[in-house]
Design a binder for this molecule. Structure first.
Ligand SMILES: NC(=O)C1=CN([C@@H]2O[C@H](COP(=O)(O)OP(=O)(O)OC[C@H]3O[C@@H](n4cnc5c(N)ncnc54)[C@H](O)[C@@H]3O)[C@@H](O)[C@H]2O)C=CC1
Ligand SMILES: CC(C)[C@@H](O)CC[C@@H](C)[C@H]1CC[C@H]2[C@@H]3[C@H](O)CC4=CC(=O)CC[C@]4(C)[C@H]3CC[C@]12C
Length: 369
């Protein structure tokens, strides 16, 4: 990719390009990557909005495909200079089986790596997750940690297990010779809880509040802080990392980077209220209204109901043993590694991120004040 930006036009592939994060990565590439000649958007479910992107100067190629199918991945990767691999099954609510989560998140990532090696694509940016680190099954807090903070990463849930193994595969592949004899250069970005336009869980919280007459009931102490990052800044970090990976291969290759910005440290529920409050909802209780043991019981009851009802209907509420444990464990990051390694600075301020998210929630739910 060494030619000047004006001369060579590059081919990028974004897997999961129609997802919550993927769509923002696609749009950010079109706005902020001047070397882009072709943008391939690979997803199991293609969004109708892709059509509007085909009228611009960059060739946008929509590819309906499945990352678990190696031949489909290889066909999509062939000829690409850069792959940004965001596709994944983001399920902590028991909607998919552990086997399916593993198949998509782990085998799908293996297929992307092997496709890069076989076809000669040299640059791979992987969307990992904070969950690769924690919170662990012991409920140990991770307070203002960074990429080098010691922490006992112990997982049992299929989602974090799959993300941890997939990240390991990507980092392990750094330096492998691809077709043509040059080395593969990989890095992994670890977003904390992403929020912003298109965040379905935020919409689920709004709907839950509506069902309860405009009230949400505090379940988690305000003192339990959870790191959050705006989707636009996560997308920008992906674009920048992909751009800098060639020039800074020795420094960035095989590295992990937490995704961060100026979003404030708050409990998951208090943070959500930054957006749901202006949409008319209220969070009841300065402290959790129910004792923790009762929440544990209700979460377990939800898990039992999900298991009993599975043959008939998918019952997947927000509260389950895993989401309660994660929500109830402090996990915040404080780092500048991405800034030091490839000059990342958040593109969107907290104020801008908040406003954009509020406007989206209002439009998505018809709750404009
Ligand atoms: N949402 C969050 O808070 C965080 C997400 N992440 C990671 O970011 C990435 C994107 O997550 P989101 O945008 O939130 O999820 P999402 O579910 O909105 O997007 C994932 C996309 O991948 C596609 N996909 C799923 N299985 C596929 C398959 N077999 N073949 C092809 N495409 C497939 C889906 O159709 C979807 O468009 C994931 O890898 C996730 O692990 C990491 C940290 C936080
Ligand atoms: C019902 C209440 C206990 C409520 O507070 C539960 C909130 C719960 C749904 C969320 C709390 C923390 C979230 C997770 C966190 O942001 C880390 C994540 C990283 C990812 O890679 C994917 C999403 C998630 C697991 C995210 C999912 C929703 C929460 C568990």
């Amino acid at each position: 990719m060494a030619d000047s930006a004006q001369a060579q036009k590059l081919v990028y592939l974004v897997t999961g390009g129609c997802g919550f994060l993927g769509e923002h990565v696609v749009r950010m590439l079109l706005q902020r990557e001047p070397r882009l000649g072709e943008l391939r958007v690979f997803d199991r479910h293609l969004g109708p909005w892709l059509e509007e992107l085909k009228t611009g100067p960059v060739r946008v190629t929509a590819i309906q495909g499945d990352v678990t199918q190696a031949h489909e991945v290889a066909a999509a990767v062939a000829g690409a200079h850069v792959v940004i691999h965001t596709a994944g099954l983001v399920d902590v609510f028991g909607r998919a089986s552990p086997e399916t989560i593993h198949e998509v998140n782990v085998q799908g990532t293996r297929n992307v790596i092997e496709a890069c090696v076989q076809t000669g694509t040299r640059f791979l940016v992987y969307t990992s997750s904070m969950e690769v680190v924690g919170p662990n099954t012991k409920g140990h807090p991770f307070y203002r940690g960074n990429e080098d903070t010691p922490y006992e990463a112990v997982h049992r849930h299929p989602y974090p297990c799959s993300k941890a193994l997939a990240e390991w595969l990507v980092l392990e592949a750094n330096g492998r010779k691809v077709r043509g004899g040059l080395p593969l250069v990989t890095c992994a970005l670890r977003p904390t809880g992403i929020y912003g336009e298109g965040h379905q869980i935020m919409r689920d919280f709004y709907r839950q509040g509506l069902r309860l007459g405009g009230w949400l009931f505090r379940a988690i102490p305000a003192s339990v802080e959870h790191g959050r990052v705006y989707v636009g800044n996560v997308a920008w970090m992906h674009v920048l990392a992909a751009r800098e990976l060639e020039q800074r291969a020795a420094l960035m290759g095989g590295q992990v980077y937490f995704c961060y910005d100026g979003s404030p440290y708050k409990s998951y529920e208090d943070f959500n209220m930054e957006f749901l409050g202006p949409c008319g909802l209220r969070l009841v209780g300065a402290r959790p209204l129910l004792p923790y043991w009762l929440l544990v019981f209700l979460a377990a009851l939800n898990a039992l109901l999900q298991w009993l009802l599975r043959p008939l209907v998918l019952y997947a509420p927000l509260l389950n043993p895993y989401t309660l444990a994660v929500a109830n464990t402090t996990f915040t990051v404080s780092t500048d590694k991405a800034q030091r390694h490839f000059g990342y600075e958040p593109m969107f301020s907290w104020e801008d991120s908040r406003t954009r998210t509020i406007l989206w929630v209002q439009a998505a739910t018809g709750s404009a004040q």
